[in-house]
Design a protein around this ligand. Structure first.
Ligand SMILES: [Zn+2]
Length: 234
């Protein structure tokens, strides 16, 4: 798939250099500019005084390829352009898990991170997804402590970028992406054109490797418009 993508790019370039009119790669899938942030962009959502996991319905768009999966609308538009590009290259994947409201995130967190007894107090639960330890969910007693240990990496409620509608967990052939997946390699090569980035904490071979988790960091050409955009341009 990557090879065919490279071949189509070469064809586009060679056709263009021959001076023939052609639907080139760049005009079919215009670059939206590099991402504004290297993880989920939240500045504009915070400016609008939205809260994590409590986005109004009007800010969310259902992804056509996976009904029931909602993404924040600007991220969703970029996602759907990304999907079209991938299909053009013969690469298929699905945004399997998208926006999670605060109730769902709480439920997911409790299910994935059960309370366990730690006595005496030991290292806190494995924090997930680069988020701070789940202090709000830790219950302590004098001698015996209960803490939550995540069997599956799961953000503490209110801290997940899924709660901003700008994170997706991606599957291909009904399995979560791995660092070896064709879809993952395609995303590494192309997703940033649409503002979609693989956050550093989830990088391959990082402690919390999550090849499937991608976030939308905005795009310099296509938005969103930020009153303090320069903040992100370093
Ligand atoms: Zn995720």
């Amino acid at each position: 798939m990557i090879a065919s993508f490279a071949a189509s790019l070469l064809l586009a370039v060679s056709t263009a250099t021959a001076g023939m009119p052609a639907a080139t790669f760049t005009t079919t899938f215009p670059d939206q500019g590099s991402p504004i942030a290297d993880e989920a962009l939240t500045e504009d959502l915070l400016e609008a005084e939205y809260e994590n996991g409590m986005l109004p319905e009007t800010t969310l768009v259902e992804i056509a390829s996976n009904p029931g999966c909602f993404i924040e609308k600007e991220a969703a538009e970029a996602w759907m352009r990304l999907e079209r590009h991938a299909l053009h290259d013969g690469v298929e994947f699905t945004a399997a898990w998208c926006y999670r409201n605060i109730k769902t995130q709480r439920r997911t967190y409790r299910r994935n991170c059960p309370l366990v007894v730690t006595s005496p107090v030991e290292d806190p639960a494995v924090p997930e997804s680069g988020d701070p330890p789940p202090t709000d969910e830790v219950e302590e007693a004098d001698e015996v402590s209960h803490t939550r240990v995540c069997r599956v990496p799961t953000a503490t409620p209110g801290n997940s970028n899924h709660g901003w509608g700008r994170a997706v967990d991606i599957t291909a052939d009904e399995a979560l992406l791995t660092c070896e997946s064709d879809a993952f390699l395609w995303l590494v090569a192309n997703a940033s054109r649409y503002g979609w980035v693989h956050p550093r904490w989830a990088a391959c071979e990082a402690d919390k490797e999550e090849a499937w988790h991608w976030e939308w960091g905005g795009t310099k050409n296509a938005g969103p418009n930020l009153s303090r955009r320069n903040h992100y341009m370093v």
